[in-house]
Design a binder for this molecule. Structure first.
Ligand code: NCD
Length: 302
């Protein structure tokens, strides 16, 4: 552990202070500029082994953790879950202990169960990074979203961000709510009543929810975390909660974000997603590599 970033693992935004978050964003800002330059690789993590184990599907998170580790000079090993002993009934903890016995220097994992990364962190000797645990947290996503917003507006404090769609099943929403609030933004949760967590103050009218906001952050419907009845009850989701150009007129200054993967024509219309003036979606992807370099670098710095 280093004194500037006093955490052994990155399990959630929950455990981070506003200063911790700002430190990661400052480092990531530098990495983002570095990644745009001609030099591509460093030796910050030379001689260290990073193991990525994704028990749930991923494109950008897995690839960007892999690229981030490689850019810092680490040996990066991806566990192929579909071909692993998980398919033979090995428990998560046995898999973790097995990998731990091989002495990796950092372990990045995604899993469908809430709290999985925390359970694994309790039995491993190296730092563990939560790359998404069920409906729990997805801290690196919230950090890359914060970086994208900060680079666009020059600040986060005082902005109003509407997080829209399937809030209930979304770890991205949960982590973003925490980080944006810690950094001084106002967060509105917008979605159908069945997809807004009980007890939270949310907007069920989409037009009202996004009126005048600075950022509209769209989320995918997580059908894999719903039963059939709930999924059917959503009806014509696009008509009520899809972000179209007409709707976006309610927030004339707003930029549009989406963590991906997008379902075009469901939660977001294609012309909005592809709008070069308003959409920050590919900027988010770029920020993802830089933020993950900052995370890996901070957790392995001795
Ligand atoms: C998200 C995830 O896996 O939580 N995607 C991502 O990491 N970019 C969101 C989603 O799956 O909808």
């Amino acid at each position: 552990m280093n004194s500037a970033f006093p955490h052994r693992h990155l399990l959630g935004i929950e455990q981070l202070s506003a200063d911790d978050i700002r430190l990661i964003l400052d480092e990531a800002d530098n990495w983002l500029e570095f990644n745009r330059g001609p030099r591509r690789r460093l030796d910050r993590m030379a001689g260290l082994t990073q193991v990525n184990a994704f028990f749930e599907n991923s494109t950008r998170t897995l690839l960007s953790f892999e690229m981030a580790g490689k850019k810092l000079g680490a040996e990066v090993v991806n566990m192929h879950v579909a071909q692993s002993s998980v398919q033979k009934g090995e428990t998560l903890i046995d898999t973790a202990l097995t990998i731990n016995a091989m002495r990796p220097d950092i372990f990045v994992m995604r899993h469908a169960s809430d709290g999985a990364a925390e359970e694994v962190a309790a039995v491993m000797d190296c730092p563990v990074v939560n790359a998404g645990d069920g409906r729990g947290e997805h801290p690196s996503q919230a950090l890359l979203d914060a970086l994208t917003i900060r680079r666009h507006f020059g600040r986060i404090e005082g902005l109003t961000v509407a997080i829209c769609g399937d809030i209930r099943h979304s770890r991205v929403a949960r982590s973003n709510l925490k980080s944006l609030t810690k950094l001084g933004a106002h967060v509105r949760l917008v979605g159908p009543p069945s997809l807004i967590p009980q007890g939270s103050e949310g907007f069920t009218n989409f037009d009202e929810g996004i009126e005048g906001v600075d950022v509209v952050m769209m989320l995918r419907i997580q059908r894999e975390r719903m039963d059939a009845a709930m999924s059917d009850s959503l009806g014509d989701y696009h008509a009520a909660y899809g972000l179209t150009r007409d709707r976006l007129a309610k927030a004339p200054q707003a930029v549009v974000m989406h963590p991906g993967p997008m379902n075009r024509g469901v939660e977001i219309a294609s012309d909005v997603a592809d709008d070069p003036e308003r959409s920050l979606i590919l900027k988010q992807v770029e920020a993802g590599v830089a933020v993950r370099m900052a995370i890996l670098g901070l957790l392995t710095r001795t």
